[in-house]
Design a protein around this ligand. Structure first.
Ligand SMILES: C[S@@+](CC[C@H](N)C(=O)[O-])C[C@H]1O[C@@H](n2cnc3c(N)ncnc32)[C@H](O)[C@@H]1O
Length: 199
């Protein structure tokens, strides 16, 4: 693992095959772990980590440029409770994160893949729900937001049909926590918000 930044890159074959000791990456390993999947430029992650120092935040994104940007900002802001994983999100949740380790997932504006022939690329499918369930601690929550209504309806359907999750009040971010995509769409499009809890 690299130590000169907040970015975590598995180094050995054992680390790549996971599960990784996610808690040990943080100065205070016993704090609850919240994971921002597809954290983008990190507006939510940075604001949230500053607001809740007693929570450990892991940002996951596959775009190195974005992860670097969040890394730089988090270090400038001296946020000790952020770590970043540059990796494909399904792989991270399915294989790298330890079981029952996560108290909350935030999955805001996942790529919608709007064309019917591309729907298979969407992050949410039965296997991803299995992975979320495996890594959530009992009572852990998943918060999702999207501007793409067909994707939102699909998400409502798959979670409603899965007895391992129960709907809870949707998570609405504070103004300073709104992600870049939320700020872009909030005036022009309805935003679908859905939160569920591991039963
Ligand atoms: C539409 S942007 C949303 C970013 C941020 N959550 C927001 O609301 O502004 C989607 C982000 O997820 C990342 N992403 C998309 N698919 C991913 C995947 N399979 N694994 C990891 N990151 C992914 C992209 O690189 C991008 O930063």
């Amino acid at each position: 693992m690299i130590a000169d930044s907040l970015r975590v890159i598995p180094a050995t074959p054992a680390e790549w095959l996971g599960p990784l000791p996610a808690a040990s990456w943080f100065a205070k390993p016993d704090q609850p772990l919240h994971v921002d999947v597809g954290c983008g430029k990190g507006r939510f992650l940075l604001a949230r980590a500053a607001r809740f120092p007693a929570v450990n935040f892991l940002g996951i994104d596959r775009m190195l440029r974005r992860v670097r940007k969040v890394d730089n900002r988090a270090r400038r802001l001296d946020l000790a409770n952020i770590r970043l994983l540059r990796v494909e999100a399904y792989y991270a949740v399915a294989y790298l994160l330890p079981p029952a380790a996560v108290a909350a997932y935030y999955i805001f504006f996942p790529d919608p893949w709007p064309k019917a022939r591309h729907e298979a690329h969407r992050l949410f499918n039965a296997r991803f729900l299995d992975a979320l369930h495996r890594t959530l601690q009992p009572g852990g929550v998943v918060h999702v937001a999207t501007d793409h209504w067909p994707y939102f309806e699909q998400l409502q359907g798959v979670f409603a049909a899965d007895a391992r999750f129960a709907a809870v009040a949707p998570f609405v971010p504070e103004a300073d926590e709104q992600t870049d995509f939320e700020r872009y769409y909030i005036e022009s499009k309805p935003i679908g918000r859905l939160s569920v809890q591991k039963v």
